[in-house]
Design a protein. Structure first.
Length: 152
């Protein structure tokens, strides 16, 4: 029987990423991603719903996200779902599904100033790594490619 836990999302950060370090020194970055879905209802009227997803990144990927991502950044996230469970201060059991990111990549350009709508992004980059400390070594980060890198 085949089983799979793979998630791919494109959305915008709702706030700046928050980075912390474990006692082992491993960095962990968390942020929320707003993912929109647009559709037409039964009456043919356009509808939109927004899903807010908690994303967690570890190690080098955490450092990349903390350094390069800001509130409003449009990104592509690839990872897996994880269920966190805990007991709240009131004694009630709580749980939340989050995404453990394996890869984060810029997915678009949002101009920082009026009139820059057609300007190309100043930096294209992506990062990948392990979702949890102690797993296999992360994939190496690749430098962004430019037209100058092409052999033709």
């Amino acid at each position: 029987m085949l089983e799979m836990n793979k998630v791919m999302l494109i959305g915008n950060l709702t706030q700046d990423p928050e980075i912390r370090s474990l006692t082992s020194g491993t960095p962990v970055t968390k942020f929320r991603l707003a993912v929109n879905r647009r559709y037409k209802d039964r009456n043919g009227e356009r509808q939109e719903e927004t899903l807010f997803v908690q994303v967690e990144c570890w190690a080098r990927l955490a450092e990349f996200c903390s350094e390069w991502l800001k509130k409003g950044s449009r990104i592509f996230v690839e990872g897996r779902l994880k269920l966190d469970s805990w007991e709240g201060k009131d004694g009630a059991k709580r749980s939340m599904i989050k995404v453990l990111a394996d890869r984060v990549q810029f997915a678009g350009f949002r101009p920082a100033e009026p009139g820059a709508e057609n300007a190309p992004p100043k930096k294209e980059a992506f990062a990948s790594g392990t979702a949890e400390a102690g797993m296999a070594e992360p994939e190496p980060e690749l430098p962004p490619s430019t037209d100058d890198d092409l052999p033709f």
